[in-house]
Every structure is written in structure tokens, then in C-alpha cells.
Design a binder for this molecule. Structure first.
Ligand SMILES: C[S@@+](CC[C@H](N)C(=O)[O-])C[C@H]1O[C@@H](n2cnc3c(N)ncnc32)[C@H](O)[C@@H]1O
Length: 481
């Protein structure tokens, strides 16, 4: 108990420790990034009920831990990987948070993972403010950190560099070499699987999870999950449909509890992360275009957008800084080209022989943000094309060309005119441009084994066309007199 302040006796910190059936998010991230592998020793500082330890041990990892409530007599031993997962946010005393952080760091030989709850993860309406956090109805304390605030706390307390891995999760490396290696692998997108780490089935787990809750509040769970997928953050009560709140009321389940069940059972941390990343990019693109077009409404976001901005960027000023940076990136040809290659790699379009990206207009929303912005700048000048169309991004010449495709159902759809936007000169030209699309299957993202793909290959062979040709120019038939 020597590690605890007096108030910890009244605030029931241990009640924050939940039963886990899967690895906690920070530990799963350590596995996915290849930092926890067989042979590497793990220490979980503030391990709660010890489920991460049990799951890792069942997967063959040497793992130990300490917790002031659940494992107070365990020894605190140095390990290559140390996890300080969701501990700082349950401590109400800022000085004690720093102490826990430095103690965990002192045990760390290679990498320390620090995770906390962050602003927006749980609705706080109805909770009693206490210090810089809240007291919950269960007698626990919760501090919801801003991502940047946690970054500052770690760097100031440990005097070292940190790497952001997910919202509210940072890794701190002992050696710069380890950090560089990690960053390189991360950028290359290498990820290991957590499939080897599964909770051993125990009766206690079955009792702890109330399986009937998913049956009692199905509407609330599906609406909350849909909200999270849409906005990449948790809903506030006033953002949900009244019939959801009615269902929760009838079943005597609080919104906070429903959100927790949703996060445990309905939507995976990976999905939440992906939705947050997508929403961030949406906001950036949206705001960047607002700045570019000096749109008068850009300075008046909706209340829901204000919440999105606060959760995903901290404040409006930060969003503006990042959106301005984004606009500068548009002028960087290499960056735009890299985004085009990435889009082509994931099958979002095709690169032609001059390294231009051709995309189905219906899939433009899925493009990386910098390309969506590029396209948005073009349609700002030209207006949106009517009906189905293809677009081509030419980073070298800074041009976007759009072709209406009225007969997209045909095996080789033909277009008759193009709308070309020259971003450098800020010019739009519409001209007759009759051409046939030869690679519909790739542009629309059809399967490589599709019948369409075979038809296209046969056509190119029969007409002796180069393999990488995307279009074939068609000479329009002369008008009969
Ligand atoms: C939310 S639980 C997290 C448990 C576990 N790390 C997990 O992710 O499942 C917070 C834990 O921090 C522990 N704790 C409270 N104060 C602490 C301190 N000063 N140092 C280390 N752990 C502490 C509590 O006993 C509790 O078990």
C-alpha cells in the first residue's frame, strides 16, 4: 500500500479493473507491433485482475505483474516490455500519476507502453467533477486525458521522446535505435497477429459478463456502434435517437454502461481506431477545402462537428493548423504521387502509362485525404460532374480530368467528352473526347477472376493494345449529310 495516497482508500480505484477476455488494447498493440514475442519478458504495472497476464502466459509469454489492490505482494521486477495500462487515469493525484509513471519506467529495459482513457471515450454527463477528472457512481475516479496532454505528461515526467501508437496510447523506448526500428516497421505496415493469445475459459468469466444485456438493449447497442463507426467517437445522450434512450431507461441501463458493453462486445478497438482515423481525415479535408474556398460557413461548424473537432483535434485552432499544412501538401508532387500509388496498391484505381491515377467517381470518397482534397479543389472550380463519371489525377501537370460515363454497364463503356481542370492555371475546359474504357474491372475494383477481366484481356490481345492501356481513343464517325 506504500504506493498509494490516503485518498486512494476512499476512492475505490480497484473497482476500475475489469474482467478481460481478450488482450487489452495496449498489450494487443505491443503484440501486433512485434514487441511482445516468445522469449521477451513482460511486466504489467497496475495489472488489475491480471487477465492480460493470464492471456499472455497461456500464449507462452513469460509475464508477471503487480497491482496495489489485486497483487500487492508481488515483486516489481525489471522486464524488456512494461505495460502501464489504464492506470494513470484512475489516479486522482497528479503527483502520484508521475510517480507511477517513473516507477514503471524504472522497470523498463526496452519499451514502456502507457495507455489512458481519453476525452470522448465515455460520456461524462451526470458524473461529479473531482480534481481534474470525475467521480463515478461506483466510487471510482476517472480522468479523461487529451491525447496531447498525456504526451506532455510522459515526456515531462520521463524526459524522453515518445511515440504515439493510437489515441491515448504511447510507447516509450529506452534506445533511439529500438524506436527507429519500430517506426520503420510501423510505416511499412508490418503487423503480427494476436490470434495466439486467447483467454483460457474460466467459469468466473462467464459469470462476470451478463450475456443477456446484448439481448436487452439491442437497439441501443447497434445505434451506438453505428454512431462510433460514423463519427469515430462516442455519442453523447443528446446525439442519440430518443427511442434509444427510451430503451435504456426501460431496461435501467446507463448510457455509460451501454457504451462500455458496445466497446466490449459489438465493435472492436481496431474498428474504433479506424473510424477515428477516417473521421479525422474527413474533418481535415472538409476544413482544408473550406479554407481554400474561403467558404463563409466553414467558420460555423454544427454542434456535432464542434464535438468531433474537440475529440479528434483538441480544438479548432489545431484543426486549422493541420488543415493549412494539408493544403501545403497538395503542392508537393511527391506526396501526391505517393498517395496515388497507395490508392492503386489497395485497388482503388489504376495507374496509366504516365503515372496518372484513374478512379471511379463513386469511389472518390475512399481515396486518401490528400487526393480527396485534390479532387475537391478541382470540383470547386468545375462543379460536380453529373451522373456516373471517372476521374484522372495527374500530379505532374496538376490536372484533374473527369469523363461522364453514361453507359458504365457496358463491357467497354464509351465516353464522349471530358472536363479538364488545370489547378495551376485555375482553368476548366470541356471538350469532345471520345474514348473507350479498357480496364473497367480494375477501375471499378472487380475481382481479378471476374468474367469482365477475361473479356478485357481478350480484347487487348485481339486488338494488339499495350497491356497497360487504360483507354482507347475512338475516332467519332463523321456526321452523315
Ligand atoms: C483500470 S485498472 C487497469 C488494469 C489493467 N492494467 C487492465 O488494463 O486491465 C487500473 C488499476 O490500476 C491500479 N492502480 C491504482 N493506483 C495505482 C498505482 N499508484 N500504481 C499502480 N497501479 C495502480 C488499480 O488497482 C487498478 O487495478
Amino acid at each position: 500500500m506504500s504506493d498509494l495516497t490516503a485518498s486512494a482508500q476512499t476512492i475505490r480505484r480497484h473497482r476500475t479493473a475489469m474482467v478481460r477476455h481478450d488482450l487489452s488494447q495496449p498489450v494487443a498493440l505491443l503484440v501486433r507491433h512485434g514487441l511482445i514475442v516468445p522469449g521477451v519478458r513482460v511486466f504489467d504495472y497496475g495489472c488489475g485482475q491480471g487477465d492480460d497476464l493470464r492471456i499472455l502466459s497461456a500464449g507462452g509469454i513469460e509475464a508477471a505483474g503487480w497491482d496495489p489492490h489485486f497483487l500487492p505482494d508481488a515483486s516489481q521486477t525489471p522486464a524488456a516490455v512494461v505495460n502501464l495500462g489504464f492506470v494513470l487515469n484512475v489516479i486522482e493525484d497528479p503527483a502520484e500519476r508521475r510517480k507511477a509513471l517513473t516507477k514503471a519506467w524504472a522497470l523498463t529495459e526496452r519499451v514502456l507502453s502507457v495507455a489512458t482513457m481519453i476525452v470522448g471515450q465515455v460520456p461524462v454527463g451526470g458524473l461529479r467533477p473531482h480534481g481534474d477528472g470525475y467521480l463515478t457512481s461506483r466510487g471510482t475516479f476517472q480522468k479523461y486525458f487529451q491525447h496531447a496532454e498525456l504526451h506532455t505528461l510522459i515526456t515531462h515526467s520521463l524526459g524522453t521522446n515518445v511515440v504515439a501508437v493510437a489515441p491515448g496510447i504511447f510507447f516509450v523506448f529506452r534506445s533511439p535505435e529500438d524506436e527507429q526500428e519500430f517506426l520503420l516497421n510501423k510505416r511499412a505496415g508490418r503487423r503480427a497477429s494476436t490470434a495466439a493469445y486467447r483467454a483460457p475459459r474460466e467459469p468466473r468469466s462467464r459469470r462476470a459478463v451478463r450475456p443477456d444485456l446484448t439481448e436487452r438493449i439491442p437497439l441501443a447497442l447497434s445505434e451506438i456502434a453505428a454512431f462510433i463507426r460514423r463519427r469515430g467517437r462516442l455519442p453523447q445522450a443528446d446525439e442519440l435517437h430518443p427511442h434509444v434512450l427510451q430503451e435504456l431507461g426501460t431496461q435501467s441501463v446507463s448510457l455509460a454502461r451501454a457504451v462500455q458493453v458496445c466497446l466490449d462486445r459489438t465493435i472492436s478497438p481496431k474498428e474504433v481506431e479506424a473510424a477515428a482515423a477516417f473521421r479525422r481525415e474527413d474533418l481535415l479535408v472538409h476544413h482544408a477545402l473550406g479554407l481554400l474556398n474561403r467558404s463563409p460557413s466553414a467558420g460555423r461548424p454544427s454542434p456535432a462537428m464542434v464535438r468531433d473537432i474537440r475529440i479528434h483535434f483538441g480544438n479548432q485552432k489545431e484543426l486549422t493548423v493541420q488543415a493549412t499544412q494539408y493544403l501545403h501538401e497538395l503542392a508537393d508532387e511527391d506526396l501526391v504521387r505517393a498517395a496515388m500509388h497507395k490508392a492503386a496498391e489497395v485497388g482503388l484505381g489504376v495507374l496509366d502509362h504516365r503515372d496518372r491515377l484513374i478512379v471511379d467517381g463513386e469511389r472518390a470518397e475512399d481515396l486518401p485525404g490528400v487526393l480527396r482534397c485534390y479532387f475537391g479543389c478541382a470540383t470547386f472550380l468545375s462543379g460536380d460532374p453529373d451522373g456516373r463519371f471517372l476521374l484522372r489525377i495527374d500530379a505532374g501537370r496538376r490536372r484533374v480530368t473527369m469523363w461522364p460515363m453514361p453507359d458504365i454497364k457496358a463491357s467497354f463503356p464509351v465516353t464522349e467528352l471530358s472536363v479538364r481542370v488545370d489547378l495551376r492555371r485555375q482553368e476548366v475546359s470541356v471538350r469532345e473526347d471520345v474514348r473507350r474504357l479498357l480496364r473497367k474491372s480494375e477501375v471499378l475494383g472487380l475481382s481479378p477472376r471476374s468474367r469482365q477481366r477475361r473479356v478485357e484481356v481478350a480484347y487487348r490481345v485481339e486488338h494488339v493494345l499495350p497491356n497497360n492501356a487504360v483507354f482507347e481513343k475512338v475516332i467519332p464517325a463523321p456526321l452523315s449529310r
